[in-house]
Design a protein around this ligand. Structure first.
Ligand code: PEP
Ligand code: MG
Length: 547
């Protein structure tokens, strides 16, 4: 039995088998072999396995994101049947007498370079696909089948670190808990863990070579501990606590269908934050009043080309329809900083959090923005959809957006497509936006305060930097004063204001939020009933949290 401590990202307790997710950079070694035929058979076995994995991924993607987005897995299946590619691997094994994984890796690199150098843009784009399938083959050959864990029973994912795009691709039903060696509590990976309702620990000083897939572990988010190969007593204790947790969740269930109202009659909306169409299930399950933040950039992650207007339209429409008239606030693309996507070719930046991200990309690469707006306005025709824009710092930006919206509207009109220009708001997540919120309020329909970035930019603390977690204090007086100022300015202009950063779910502040007149809190689906419970226990007092 071995215990390690870390920082809790989401409280909860789970136990089960471990799956160690190895980094992608694991080097493939060249090994001299004696039996070429046996190596070729290993390749064939790995190819068959890859075909099965891709079929499963295809089926899953069709259900979650639709046929058009899933098509990439069909393309990969076809590429795996390509005779030139397979023959090149076999030939290398025969002539150089090298191991299968080495031949697959080198052939993959060669083919991908060849495609990357082609003039045709479509062929160029296939370079990344070749890399992807050869990595899959190598993983299958080395037994490092990180992409294949969806076929297994639910597991505890142990990794050095996880990127948002790795996390977003995982099948949430198959994850019991996350444990990572690195990572910051305010990163998007941490936010995803909260959204998925999954116990998660980060900053756990593990020696990953000593942990193997198949080991057993208890992840205790309350104590901030992971225990590998627990003894009988620890297992029994964990089992009892898991049952107690389930009982607490069952009690929360009784709050479903109830209002978010204080003992003295003050109401507040409680909405949920999501990152994908399939998250709507969690929203409905937890009885949220709407969706206060759909981080649309997750539709762009974990793939190798831009989602088309049609794909986006289908995704947004599906969410709007599933929410059946309840409000759905979709935030336009907030890519950049920790959410990196290769095909955007954003390039390296010394200071990405303060760099080329979000609305700055949209106002510069307007084609990407227009495509998304077209999809959003078309989808708005089918439900109660609102749009909000991230990372705003100026009145000029809001005016520039309004001008683009007018053009997109004219285009849709001309195309004769059904559309609706929905309610439009902005995120208040920079100190600049807070300080000019009186002016901004006149130009938009609503505000949503992004406390994650607002804390980062106000306190000058990189939310990704795990060394600074102890200094990252969203309860800082400066943040609370800013929130109060934004609420006042919104209300003066007759606009509503919500909070969609993680602070919205902080129950130490729920009473204060209600008291200063916040209209809406948008929280992880798993927090909706917990915050409702807190609201229903409040009697508005005169006590104050200094703002
Ligand atoms: C925020 O900054 O508070 C926010 C909600 O946006 P994100 O966490 O996606 O940056
Ligand atoms: Mg933000």
């Amino acid at each position: 039995m071995k215990r390690y401590s870390g920082k809790t990202v989401y409280k909860g307790i789970q136990m089960g088998p471990v799956f160690v997710l190895k980094g992608k950079e694991s080097q493939v070694k060249r090994v001299r072999i004696e039996d070429a035929q046996a190596e070729i058979e290993r390749v064939e076995h790995a190819v068959r396995k890859a075909q099965e994995q891709l079929q499963r991924l295809y089926d899953k993607a069709v259900k979650e994101v639709g046929e058009a987005s899933a098509a990439i897995f069909e393309v990969h299946q076809m590429m795996l049947e390509d005779e030139d590619y397979l023959e090149a691997i076999h030939n290398m094994i025969r002539t150089e007498m090298v191991n299968a994984e080495y031949a697959a890796a080198v052939t993959g690199d060669n083919f991908s370079e060849m495609f990357a150098n082609m003039d045709d843009e479509y062929m160029k784009a296939r370079a990344a696909d070749i890399k992807d399938i050869s990595t899959r083959l190598v993983n299958n050959l080395t037994g490092n089948e990180d992409t294949d864990f969806e076929s297994k029973e639910p597991m505890i994912i142990v990794a050095d670190d996880l990127t948002p795009s790795e996390t977003v691709q995982m099948d949430k039903e198959k994850i019991l808990a996350f444990v990572t060696v690195h990572g910051s509590a305010n990163s998007h990976t941490a936010i995803l863990a909260r959204m998925m309702n999954i116990p998660a620990l980060i900053g756990v000083p593990l020696d990953l070579d000593a942990i193997h897939t198949g080991m057993y572990a208890v992840v205790d988010g309350f104590q901030g501990e992971v225990i590998f190969e627990p003894d009988e007593e620890t297992r029994a204790d964990a089992k009892e606590r898991i049952e107690q947790e389930q009982e607490k969740l069952r009690l929360l269930e009784e709050l479903k269908g109830k209002e978010n109202v204080t003992l003295d009659g003050r109401k507040i909306q409680i909405y949920a934050n999501i990152g994908s169409v399939s998250d709507v299930a969690y929203v409905l399950e937890n009885d949220a009043g709407g969706i206060g933040l759909f981080r649309s950039e997750f539709l762009y992650l974990g793939r190798d080309q831009f989602p088309t207007e049609e794909e986006q339209f289908q995704a947004y429409k599906q969410v709007a329809q599933m929410m059946a008239g309840k409000k759905v606030i979709i935030r336009t693309l907030d890519i950049g900083a920790d959410k990196q996507v290769d095909y955007f070719n954003l390039g390296r930046e010394d200071n990405p959090a303060m760099g080329y991200r979000a609305i700055r990309i949209c106002l510069t690469q307007q084609d990407i923005f227009r495509t998304q707006l077209r999809a959003l306005f078309r989808a708005a025709f089918y439900g109660n959809l609102s749009v909000m824009y991230p990372m705003i710092i100026s009145v000029e930006e809001v005016k520039a957006i309004a001008a683009i919206v007018e053009q997109v509207k004219a285009e849709l009109e001309q195309d004769g497509l059904p559309y609706r220009i929905p309610e439009q708001g902005i995120m208040i997540e920079t100190p600049a936006a807070v300080l000019i919120s009186d002016e901004l309020a006149k130009l938009v329909d609503f505000f949503s305060i992004g406390t994650n970035d607002l804390t980062q930019y106000t306190l000058a603390i990189d939310r990704q930097n795990e060394k600074l977690d102890a200094f990252y204090n969203p309860h800082h007086k400066a943040i609370l004063r800013m929130i109060q100022m934004v609420v006042e300015n919104a209300h003066k202009a007759g606009k509503w204001v919500g909070i969609c950063g993680e602070l919205g779910a902080d129950r130490e502040l729920t009473e204060w939020f209600v008291r200063i007149g916040v209209d809406e809190l948008s929280v992880a689906p798993s927090m909706v009933l917990k915050v409702r419970k807190a609201v229903r226990e409040i009697r508005i007092s005169d006590g104050s949290i200094s703002g």
